[in-house]
Every structure is written in C-alpha cells, then in structure tokens.
Design a protein around this ligand. Structure first.
Ligand SMILES: [Fe+2]
Length: 366
C-alpha cells in the first residue's frame, strides 16, 4: 500500500466534507495558477489529433471578384504593405489563419502598381494561377511571375512587387505566419518605399546561377537551409509531370506516387530537401479518372486547383473542384482526390516542421 493510499483510506469520497475540501483545493489551485492534469488530460494528450481547423473550400469564382473590388477601393502602400486577403479557416474564428500553421491569401495588384519593399522572418512564396506582368524583386533580383510558376521569398529576404503590365494580376500567397506568430518568432523591417524591377529580365540572377538541372556553381558549394533558386518555372514542372506519366505508360516502374498520380516536390538544389524550411511545396497531376488512396497525415495542407476539375473528399464529405479553387486539409483529415479529366493541383504544407521534430505521421488506406 502506498503512502497516498494510506492517507486517503479513511476518507469518504462521496461525502459532503470531501467535496467541500476538493472544491477548496481547486480554488486554491486556480489562485496559485496551477492546473491538475487529471481534469484535462484528454485535451492535452488526445488519442489522436483533434484539430480545431476544419476542412474547407474557397471558390476562385468568389475570391477573384472580391479581390478585384479591393483593387478599386484599397490602395497599396506603406503600413498595410500588401493588398493580400487571407483565407481564414471557419474552425479558427478570430484568427486569419488557413490552418494552425499556414496562411494562404489572394494578392491583387493593379496595372502599373507596386507594393513596397520589406522583409520579415516569415517565409513566403507566390504561386501564379493565371496572368503575368508582375516582377517580385527579391534582394534586388527581379523575378518574373508567370502562369504556373512558383516564386520563393524565404524569411528575411527583402522583397517587393511591381506590375509593369496594363492588366491587373492576382496570385496565391503562402506563408508560415501562424506558426511564426504562435511561437513568438516574428521580426519585420521596412525596405525602400519604391520597388523597381530594372530591365524586367526574363530570367532572374538566381535562375541564371542555380537554374541548371544538377549543376551547382563550384564557387557556391555547400548546403544552405533554404533554396537559393527563387523561381520554379511551369515549363519545367509541366515537362516533369508529363514525363512521369509517359514513362509509366511505357512500363517504367517507380515513376508515379500511385497509378495515374504524378507529383513533383520543389526542392533546395543544395540539399535535395524542401525548398523552404517551414513549408513543403508540390505540384500534383492526376490522369483522367484517377482516384488517389485515402490518406491522413499530421501535416496540415492547402491546395489550389491549377487546371482541370474533379472531386476532393475530406472526412467523408465530397466537394467538386473547379479552376482556382483553394481548400484546406487540417491535420489527420482523411483525404482523397478524384480527377474528372486531367487534374493539376498545387499544394503546400507544414510537413517539414513536423518531420524535423520527428512528429510527422502519415497513414494510407486502400
Ligand atoms: Fe512580405
């Protein structure tokens, strides 16, 4: 018999005296800033993840017109910095967060408008659904933005945007804002008021130096935590996905994630790991009629339909997918895709964070 049991043997646990003593103990705990684990273990240590974020889909046909209206009504300038409108998860009221770690937004720039330079500890990227004519200037290197391109702005790099065209342009911004905010890691600094993309070059300096496949400049050997290549061009992404499916059709093994499902990850050429430290970025292509396996993972993710249509099923609820639609997949949500015609999707997730912490778990069902 333990000491604790010795001391409590004579108590009447159902009696009023015990209940009064217990209530007093809890009041004293509260006053002392103490919380007994036995009253909240299920919340603190659930048997599996219990995300507050919910599966949710935003229609591009809703997002774009609203962003365009903000283009008419809201100027871009110092202070607000960007005409970016985030997609807040309905399960996370009060926070403009798409998942507990990820922030997805639509950013809109009018013709001949620019967004001033700044830098922050948050890591960012742009994914271009449609349009061209904007240059993102990253540490003085102008990077052209065109349809299907992924453009990186790793943490603490100065960046601004300039629209040199006669058309407005909108794109998807992805950042780790919630992760950085909730862990008190945020730093921010203003740069120049005016951003310029001198010469508006077709290829940025980073692409000229790092854009050769498998070719590392000997003057810059060594691993870097994030990719020094700031642009991943659609023409290359498209060719890689096409090749995976063609090779599979030709009977070459090991080219696809699963039958009919091609995918590429955007990687850091100095390590082969993720291009960004806190977010995984990938492009997926499903051949017509492909059903993906039902999966769930402790990473949360955001997806955007780049081309084609189909269906996404999250925790048993099916939603149709159309051009530009964005959807959030919270941690441990059972998730599958079905293509109606060819379906191309861009996705980003917080997987690298949990992989580094040995917390990432994934289950795949048949
Ligand atoms: Fe920024």
């Amino acid at each position: 018999m333990t000491a604790v049991e010795n001391r409590t043997t004579d108590r009447d646990f159902d009696g009023p005296e015990h209940q009064a003593d217990l209530a007093e103990l809890y009041r004293d705990f509260d006053a002392a800033g103490m919380t007994p684990l036995w009253t909240c273990r299920g919340d603190l240590q659930p048997f599996h993840p219990q995300p507050r974020a919910v599966p949710h889909l935003w229609r591009w046909s809703t997002l774009y017109p609203l962003a365009a209206r903000s283009g008419e009504l809201v100027p871009v300038g110092r202070g607000g910095e960007r005409r970016a409108i985030s997609l807040g998860n309905p399960g996370l009221p009060g926070d403009p967060y798409t998942t507990p770690t990820l922030w997805a937004a639509i950013q809109y720039l009018n013709p001949h408008e620019d967004a001033p330079e700044h830098r922050h500890s948050q890591t960012a990227f742009r994914f271009v659904l449609e349009g061209e004519g904007v240059w993102t200037v990253v540490d003085d290197d102008p990077v052209a933005m065109r349809r299907g391109d992924l453009l990186l702005t790793p943490g603490w790099h100065f960046h601004g945007h300039q629209n040199l065209s006669d058309s407005p342009m909108a794109w998807l911004d992805g950042l780790d804002i919630p992760l950085v905010a909730q862990t008190d890691q945020g730093f921010f600094e203003f740069g120049r008021e005016q951003v310029t993309a001198p010469g508006a070059p077709e290829r940025s300096n980073s692409e000229r130096l790092w854009g050769g496949p498998g070719l590392t400049p000997v003057a810059a050997l060594g691993a870097r935590p994030q990719s020094p290549l700031m642009a991943y061009r659609w023409v290359q992404t498209d060719a890689a996905l096409t090749a995976q499916l063609e090779l599979a059709d030709e009977g070459v093994a090991g080219t696809l994630v699963e039958p009919g499902h091609a995918a590429v990850r955007f990687t850091n050429p100095t390590t082969g790991g993720d291009a960004l430290t806190t977010m995984r970025t990938e492009m997926h292509r499903l051949a017509d009629g492909t059903h993906t396996a039902r999966t769930r993972t402790t990473a949360s993710s955001v997806w955007q339909v780049f081309d084609g249509g189909g269906t996404v099923t999250m925790d048993g609820q099916a939603r149709t997918l159309e051009h530009g639609d964005v959807f959030a997949v919270p941690a441990w949500t059972e998730f599958s895709l079905q293509a109606a015609g060819r379906l191309d999707l861009f996705t980003f997730s917080d997987a690298p964070v949990f992989e580094k912490l040995s917390l990432l778990r994934t289950e795949v069902s048949a």
